[in-house]
Design a protein around this ligand. Structure first.
Ligand code: ADP
Length: 405
């Protein structure tokens, strides 16, 4: 069973194609600069690579061109589009809906209802899924929601202290996100440790960042709350924030609520604080050259990570493993050093040589550290492919069924 997992950006489409009979990665690729006449359509199979350039109007056209590339004679990992069992999406958020679902009108409506709650993700996904459903009516589209892994978070860590009916009626709860990534870390850490009874603090640090407390394979807390703008500072999104700052800002600046929300969701986080870049590589370079606000952004980021790691050490009554993943977690030795320094009372000791030279899945802790520290590159796409496969097995599409109206 071949499953393609899609990852959408506003002008990009990335995919991984899996043979799910043995969970083999067959190909990866995508399209950059969707909407332009010179979009790049690329794919790689192992160390062989292909690319071509041309006009790509939208995400449906992007998928079509990728499928065409995958069926061309010199690549041919698919014999035709009918060879594909489904496209799985790492979907972010939907009103009153989580889990794994065949994309239909109800799922799309529930996602669209939360466009404003997840503005960087939902509008792109809803638009692209609609286009794909129209263009490929026979191809099952599956949405695996990021909130699914966090269903096990218990009530004291799920509820905000707001009028109770807001939670029940409007879903104003800490839902948690990055579920596919934290689920992968939960499964992989259990494999590495050789047991499932395990306390793991999973630090997914990337464009969006979150910390998850994992007890015996299940999520018991996540730094992301009702929306993907919460928790740690993100690349350009705010993270935790006092909502009563908003009326003060509206009065001071004369700007509307929508304008300020836009600032919080687009021009805040690492970008807003530094005034320079949303990319940790740029900030580390600038900080080395004496850029004070780049240093401040990095310091605030590290302080926020330590805040949640500390809370979760308390919650889990210690930890067996701290895991770093995501573009920052896997690549920034300085951020990992900042997170782990001065924690000897907790039995957390980073081996600085290992940390400095680490690449790929690797331990970083000193031999005498009570808590193991690892880099584990995440594999969210594999989790989504598994969830898609399992849904199709339990609920196969009716022959000739139209997936979305
Ligand atoms: P996304 O959340 O968009 O999937 P990633 O997990 O790929 O993003 O993380 C992207 C971020 O990782 C970049 O914005 C950058 O801040 C950071 N990053 C990537 N490579 C490095 C590096 N070598 N050193 C420090 N940070 C890095």
């Amino acid at each position: 069973m071949k499953i393609l997992v899609a990852n959408l950006g506003s002008t990009s489409f990335k995919y991984r194609l899996f043979e799910m009979d043995d969970e083999r990665l067959l190909a990866r690729g995508g399209v950059e600069r969707i909407g332009s006449d010179q979009a790049r359509i690329y794919c790689s199979l192992g160390d062989r690579q292909w690319e071509e350039f041309g006009a790509v109007a939208d995400h449906a056209a992007a998928l079509e061109l990728c499928l065409r590339q995958l069926t061309q004679p010199d690549i041919r990992v698919l014999s035709s589009i009918d060879d594909l069992a489904a496209v799985g999406f790492k979907a972010v958020h939907a009103r009153h809906l989580t889990g794994v679902h065949r994309v239909d009108a109800a799922v799309l409506d529930a996602m669209e209802a939360y466009n404003a709650v997840a503005p960087a993700h939902n509008p792109i996904y809803v638009r692209a899924m609609r286009l794909l459903a129209e263009r490929f009516p026979q191809l099952p589209l599956v949405a695996a929601f990021e909130t699914d892994f966090h269903r096990t978070i218990p009530p004291p860590l799920r509820y905000y202290a707001v009028p109770y009916e807001w939670a029940e009626r409007y879903g104003i709860l800490r839902h948690g996100f990055h579920g596919a990534s934290h689920r992968y870390i939960a499964e992989r850490s259990a494999q590495l440790f050789g047991r499932t009874r395990l306390r793991v603090i999973s630090c997914h640090l990337g464009g969006s960042s979150s910390i998850c407390a994992i007890q015996d394979g299940t999520s018991v807390a996540c730094s992301l709350g009702m929306s993907p703008q919460s928790g740690l500072p993100h690349n350009n999104r705010v993270g935790d924030f006092d909502v009563f700052a908003l009326p003060a800002l509206m009065r001071e600046t004369g700007r509307s609520l929508d304008e300020l929300l836009h600032e919080l969701a687009r021009n805040s986080g690492l970008l807003g604080l530094s005034g320079l870049s949303n990319d940790v590589r740029d900030l580390e370079q600038a900080a080395q050259n004496g850029h004070a606000r780049a240093q401040l952004a990095l310091d605030v980021f590290v302080a926020s990570i330590r805040h949640y790691v500390g809370a979760y050490l308390y919650l889990l009554n210690g930890a067996d493993m701290i895991v770093f993943t995501g573009g920052i977690g896997e690549n920034s030795a300085a951020i990992r050093r900042g997170v782990c320094q001065n924690l000897d009372w907790f039995g957390i000791h980073l081996d600085e040589n290992r940390n400095r030279t680490a690449r790929g899945e690797t331990p970083l802790h000193a031999s005498y550290s009570r808590v193991q520290i690892w880099i584990i590159p995440t594999n969210e796409e594999l989790i989504v492919a598994r969830q898609t496969r399992d849904l199709l097995r339990h609920c196969p599409p009716a022959p000739g069924a139209r997936v979305c109206s």
